[in-house]
Structures are given as structure tokens and as C-alpha cells.
Design a protein around this ligand. Sequence first.
Ligand SMILES: Nc1ncnc2c1ncn2[C@@H]1O[C@H](COP(=O)(O)OP(=O)(O)OP(=O)(O)O)[C@@H](O)[C@H]1O
Length: 593
Amino acid sequence: MLMTRSRLFIALVVLTALLPQLPVPEFWITQLNYIGLYAIVSLGLVLLTGVSGLTSFGQAAFVGLGAYTTAYLTTQWAMSPWLTVFIGVGITVITALVLAAITLRMSGHYLPLATIAWALSLYYSMSNMEFLGKYDGILGVPAMSLFGFSLASGRSYFYLIWIVALLSAVAVIRLLDSRSGRAIRALKGGVTMAEAMGISTYRYKVLAFVLAAILASLSGWLFAHLQRTVNPSPFALSKGIEYLFMAVLGGIGNVWGAFTGAAVVKLLEDQLQVLLPRLIGGSGNYEIIVFGIVLVVVLKYAPQGLWPFIERLGARWLPSSQRVRDWDGAAPLPERDKPQPGELLLDVQAVRKQFGGLVAVNDVSFSIRAGEIMGLIGPNGAGKSTTFNLITGVLGLTRGEVLFRGQKVGGHSSREIARRGMSRTFQHVKMLPDMTVLENVALGGYLRSKKGVLAAMLRLDRDEERGLFAEAERQLQRIGMGAQMHELAGNLALGPARLMEIARALCTDPALLLLDEPAAGLRHKEKQALAEVLKQLKAEGMSILLVEHDMDFVMNLTDRIVVMEFGTKLVEGTPLEVQESPQVRAAYLGTEH
Ligand SMILES: Nc1ncnc2c1ncn2[C@@H]1O[C@H](COP(=O)(O)OP(=O)(O)OP(=O)(O)O)[C@@H](O)[C@H]1O
């Protein structure tokens, strides 16, 4: 019989609790203590690098910040470590926020470089400051005690380390399985998609960065009171790289990968430190060379790290992670005021977009009324996608204005536009392939829910989550994909993936649905299925703007069509009028055939 995941976790907790009581040699208790400390830091990297896609070489510096804060305050000011932990975390949060403000808006390699710079500068500050004892560090850090019970021995301290490590793991697992967690996971799916769902990607990058820093700082706090002394070397840049190595080796995409990586590196390091000097002769940090080679091999042959192998081996005993369907009867998510049929919904007024000398969109105007399906068509390079991006806030207007439900939205961010009730799909499907179809669609409900990180970690968000999943399932049923909700989105063919995007957009409860070339690349059957879904949505009163290249596809679906060519509006009319227009024929035949 399969155990449930929570039973498995309880078994792990019981084992951890029993371990120091068993006649396990002191050496192994010490090893496990360090593994716990390292795992806490790597856990932060799983969140930051594995889940959010942001690389940091500077985690050891945050460990140092936590360690030095408690070492200094407990030795110089005789403060209790139970107080210094809050001060250490506070200083870490402020530092991380400042660093995040400087670097996280930048793209590309700035963050990793900034974390290297930060790691180096903190290391040299620690090494050169008189009051921190320079290279000798701070000696005589007191052992901890709790309610008069001393935690001076490795065996008793083991409990504290592993309580923090396992609680951190639980907190991160719960976070990842929540509204905020899905937003963090969406960072890797591309900023454009997340922002179009109303997610502030900057906010969640900062969040991941700060949470990873807090975990590192907590590890430093524990480390200082285990070692009873601190000096700069364990917080150097090389250690920051080692933490990253642990996370990558263990499996940077999974919480338990952090523990796997910490254990493998710690155990391997000890063995190699003894073995290699004997083999090679003479002393030296030869293990670093071996680690370098191992890392290259792992990145080449097992880029997901070791954890997926362990998971596969244990698949027979490990329970499936499929979400239990527990949302029947969940309270529905709030809905926006819907426009009345015929109400002027979108009014595009002479919008213009120039890229240098190229006028990609040349004073184009059209409007959409509630309940209508409008097609925007034109040959390749006509300016359809650019017009679409001007409406959805991805591009700024050079001139002109866009009004949505009577309010100016021109130049607003795509997040703000999503909030007002326009929801879109993408020409090239944007989704999170390792999340299920249901979770991907639930991302659309982001703006209709509000529970935050703490609520997720304490599981106070379950009612809202049930509401979100009920809504996601409803939207999937609506487009005929209910049966596929537990599939991994990455396994979908293009047709169903496009439909999933429509369900995600519907999950935002839009007043206007914008579809960017939904039929592109689809096979005939898939096109038919898509057309059926769109007809049904229209019958339900949904307003849709359909940007399409394929003229036949839009003919039977739309109420009106705007045809663009060379950035300008060529013709606007009913499908019949457009079909019979000699200008349109010339544009299509002239450019396509
Ligand atoms: N970011 C950009 N920088 C410079 N030129 C651009 C940019 N985006 C689009 N263009 C140009 O603007 C024109 C219109 O492009 P757009 O992608 O809007 O056309 P389209 O009608 O959507 O074509 P397709 O069917 O191929 O997607 C093209 O000439 C294109 O090369």
C-alpha cells in the first residue's frame, strides 16, 4: 500500500527524532548537523535558482551575516541567541531588499555578477573590521539553551538544526503549492506571460531573493552556535559557489534535492579530503577539482540533479503528487461586472507604433462592442502582432489612444490591463511545462485571489485554493479539456496547449478575450476544435479579438474583420464584405502567393 506524502514525512520526522537517541557515533551526528545546515542554505537556492531562475553566488555571505550578527551580539552585548536570530534575519532582509532593489530590475547576468561582488565585499569587510576580529573572527560564542535545557552537545543541537531544516522544507513546499508559489514558478515561464496574468514579476523575484537570504541567515545563526566561533573563511565566495553546487547536484528543481545535494557534498568532501592527499601526496584542496569535474558531468548527463533518480527509484513506495480533487462545493471566486451586450468595450483610436524609421502600425482605429468577435487579419508583417501588443500593454504607444470600457489604457502595463479585464493568449504558447494543466490554468485566477506567502506557509489559504482550482477545472470543462487537467502541461500537443491558454485567460474572468494567432501551426482537426470552442464562447456572450493570419479560419467565426497591410488599416467590414473586397484579395494574393 502506498503511504500518503504526509505519512512519509511523519516517518522522516520520527526517524530524525530517534536518531540522536540511538548509539550513532558522534562523528555521524556532527556530519548530519552540517548536512542540515547546508541543506537550509541550498533550500533557498532551490527556491531562488531552481524555481525562479535567478542565480546567486552570494548565499554564503548571507550565512555570514546571520553568523556574525549573533556572534557579535551574544559575545559583546550578552544578548540571547533567541533574540539575535530576529535581529540577524532583520538585517538580512534589509540587506537583501537593498541588493534586490539595485539588481533585480536588471536582466541577464547582472544578478549573478552582483551577488559575486556582494560576496566579495562582505568577505573583505568581515576580514578587515577590527570589531569583528578580522581574520581571527569572534571566539567564545555561547552555546544555546532552551528552557534551561542545554543545547551544547552535538546530539542536542541536532534537534534544533533539523527542526529548522524540516520546518523550512515544509514552508517552501507549502509555498510552492500556493497562489504565491505558482507566481514564483511563473517567473521561469517568461515575464510577459506572468505579467499578463496580473503578476508583478519584480515583486516575486524580490520575494524569492529575500526568502533565500533568510534561509541562509538562519543557517548562519545555527552555525555560529554550533561552532562557537566565527571567522570569515566559511563565508567566502568559494563557499557560495559550493552551496550552488550542492543545489545543482542534488536537484535544483526540488526541495529534497537540497537535502540530497547537501548530504552528498558533505560526505564526499570528507572522504576526498582524506583520500586525495594520500593518493596525490602532499596537502591541498584537491576535492575542489573533483567537485568541478563532478559538476560538469552532472550538468551534462543529469541536468536535473540526483533527486529525480532517487524519486524514480522510490516511485514504487512514494505516493503520487497528483492533487487530490478536494474542491467540490468551494466558494466561487469573485467576478467582475460584465459589460452589457452592445456596450462599447474597446476603442482603438489612431494608434501608431514606430520602430526607429519603420512605422509598424500607422494610425489604426477600430472598436469592439460587447458580445462581438472581431478579427484582425493581414499578411505577414502587416502589423497585427504589434497592434495586439499595443492594446495589451506589452509595447508603448508612439501616438494615439486605447480606451477600454470608457477608460484610457494606452501606455498602461500589461498587468494593469489584465486587472481591468482584458486577457490574452500568446502566438507562441507560454506556459509552465512542469506544472499540470490545472495549475497552469489556476494561474489565471491570480488577480481574483489574494492570500500571501505567510498564509500559504501556514496553510491558511486552503479555502481560497479550493476556489481557485474549482474555477480552473470549470474553465477547462468549458473548453472540453476537463479530462486532461492532471496532465503535465509540457506533454500537451500544440492544439490542446492553445486551448489551455484560452482556459487560463478565461480563468481571469475577462470582459474581453484577446487571442494572438490561435490557429497558427494547428492541424485541421485541432483548428476545428478551436473553432468550436470559440463559437461556444461567443454563444455564451464572450467578446473576443482574434488576431489571425489564416483568413479561412476567421471567416466563419467573426462578426467583423479589420484587415491590415503595411501597418495601415486596409478595410473593415463583415466577413462577406472583406471576402469580396478587391483590395484584400490583392493584399493576400500579392504577398502570399
Ligand atoms: N520590436 C521590433 N523592432 C523593430 N521592428 C519590429 C519590431 N516588432 C515588429 N517589427 C516590425 O514591424 C512590422 C510589423 O510586424 P508584426 O509582427 O506586427 O506583423 P504581423 O502582422 O503580426 O506579422 P506576422 O503574421 O508575421 O506575425 C514588421 O515589419 C516587423 O519587422
